[in-house]
Design a binder for this molecule. Sequence first.
Ligand SMILES: [Zn+2]
Length: 177
Amino acid sequence: MTRKILPILLILLIHFGYAQKTVDKIPDLKSDNELQVDGLVQPILNDFLKLCSKYNIAYHEKLFKLKVIAVVDTIGITPNGGTLGMLVRNENKDVEKIIFSWVTLLDKEILKVVAFHEFGHYFLGYKHICNDCNKIMATQNTSYFDIISDWDSQVDNLFRDSPEYRKTMHGFAYITH
Ligand SMILES: [Zn+2]
């Protein structure tokens, strides 16, 4: 049954967007500064943060600024595509939520790619690196399978090429050419 749905998924876009006030259904916990992470996303987040440590990328400060990481049913999907994940900003333009469409749950590998994509924006300082080039930080991906089948090297490139990693590598040195 999943296989029948997958061709539809392949045309869905990952989109980096700004939600206004359209995320009412996301549970907003009253206890401030407590990050709520969806149980389905938690292991993926744990893997990502371990990799941040491995590549010497600081993440604690950003992590503590987040309030919610969740899978929601409030992101619109149309037959022509849709958004699978996004960062949600508050009035001060600070990211406070990272949300994923329920559509990502149809295949846990897709949730993993979309989650790493959104975490790449937030923790690694990425903008999109291409329109559709079979990389985690592409604007859209017509084949998630290519990324998943080459996962370890995809992730290594994701971290090594990231703005945050480059910062730690170059420090304050001047590059003169
Ligand atoms: Zn994006």
